[in-house]
Design a protein around this ligand. Structure first.
Ligand SMILES: NC(=O)C1=CN([C@@H]2O[C@H](COP(=O)(O)OP(=O)(O)OC[C@H]3O[C@@H](n4cnc5c(N)ncnc54)[C@H](OP(=O)(O)O)[C@@H]3O)[C@@H](O)[C@H]2O)C=CC1
Ligand SMILES: O=C(CO)COP(=O)(O)O
Length: 341
């Protein structure tokens, strides 16, 4: 049975818009909150979000809104699709309104100062809310164009997972459930860094062997890090791990890949980010991940290499030379939690 209270999506970007449309297709009234009144008015009138999802018809059940307080008061189930840099600032002033609500983060990032994932920030802000995340190989435009797609909703709260599956699962969108919120969310955040490297490799004309090596060693590296943080490595073999890593490292539709591609063409980081004009979470994640991996003593040569190029003045040639000289150790080592690397 359809819940008559509107479901709310917070964020007016490409992913928020794609998810709002999916919910609407399943017959739910949806309120999509965005901060820009002009954008909301344009969507209301033209039924399109031209800046972030040009050419996609937005369904009549999606109501663009700009009053955050009213949006938080009127709904029970929320999908949060704000950039990681904005999530805490936007929601913290409304903490009391979030108590008891179902908050599902769609955001794949890590907070710079605290190394917290977005669902951990939601929990900080609203300890009495029910929290979950969605992650997986989910390029917004492909979802909006009804490419057959699967995702994972993850939460310790089984009933929340079921509610989200009922709301989102549809003709072209499969929603699997997981109890490993931390692993699912960490996978989505970490893979963005490797997508930058993959985009760079393609711009440099590297071959298919190289791409495959990069993706596979990226999986080993991100899983090794995740295990050091207490995550279940098996989660990284699923949609939110290897699934998302493959799509983001192989598709020019990924914004992180696009930043990497621009860097490989010789643009500076600032030029690459401003040419994109959308969120590429991997840039911030790279900074915090490099620091955290050093602190935790986890061997992450790809992260260290990209960081050296972007922030330490090393050339690409120097880093490739260094990476290729590194001692090749065990192929598959990350299932072990012994710390051996
Ligand atoms: N796009 C995708 O394919 C996918 C994205 N994600 C994740 O979803 C999250 C959101 O990304 P996405 O929708 O793609 O981003 P976009 O770059 O498409 O859009 C960003 C949106 O966030 C809004 N925003 C930025 N800062 C603030 C703020 N301080 N307050 C309120 N709104 C703000 C922007 O509003 P304005 O226009 O006014 O600046 C814009 O509506 C990211 O973490 C991303 O990793 C996850 C899976 C797929
Ligand atoms: O997370 C994504 C696909 O699953 C989207 O990746 P980008 O943010 O790089 O576009």
């Amino acid at each position: 049975m359809t819940d008559q209270r509107p479901i709310a999506v917070l964020g007016g970007g490409s992913f928020g818009t794609a998810v709002a449309n999916l919910l609407a297709e399943n017959g739910h009234p949806v309120r999509q909150w965005m901060r820009d009144p002009e954008q909301a008015e344009a969507i209301r009138v033209n039924r399109e979000n031209p800046r972030y999802l040009k050419g996609i018809k937005i369904r009549p059940e999606v109501e663009p809104v700009t009053d955050l307080q009213a949006t938080l008061d009127d709904s029970e189930l929320f999908f949060v699709a704000l950039p990681s840099s904005a999530l805490r600032t936007v929601l913290a002033p409304h903490a009391e309104r979030l108590s008891g609500k179902l908050l599902v983060s769609l955001t794949k990032g890590i907070e710079a100062q605290t190394f917290k994932l977005m669902s951990e920030i939601l929990q900080d802000i609203a300890p009495k809310a029910r929290i979950g995340v969605i992650s997986g190989p989910n390029l917004a435009r492909e979802i909006a164009e009804h490419a057959l797609t699967a995702t994972v909703v993850a939460s310790e709260d089984e009933e929340l997972c079921q509610r989200v599956q009922a709301a989102l699962h549809g003709r072209t969108f499969r929603v699997y459930a997981s109890a490993d919120r931390f692993g699912v969310e960490l996978g989505g955040a970490l893979k963005n860094v490797y997508a930058i490297i993959a985009g760079m490799a393609v711009a440099l004309g590297m071959g298919e062997n190289t791409k495959s090596m990069l993706i596979t060693r990226a999986l080993a590296e991100m899983t090794r890090f995740a295990v050091s943080q207490g995550a279940n490595p098996m989660t990284f073999l699923g949609l939110a791990g290897v699934g998302d890593l493959i799509v983001t490292c192989s598709s020019p539709k990924s914004r992180n890949y696009q930043v990497g591609f621009a860097l490989g063409q010789g643009l500076s980081l600032d030029e690459a980010v401003s040419r994109l004009g959308e969120v590429a979470e991997g840039v911030n994640t790279l900074k915090v991940l490099k620091a955290k991996s050093q602190e935790a003593g986890v061997y992450m040569p790809l992260v260290a290499g990209l960081h050296a190029i972007l922030f330490e003045g090393r050339t690409l040639e120097q880093v490739i030379e260094l990476l290729m000289r590194g001692e090749p150790k065990t192929d598959v080592d990350f299932i072990s939690t012994s710390g051996f690397n």
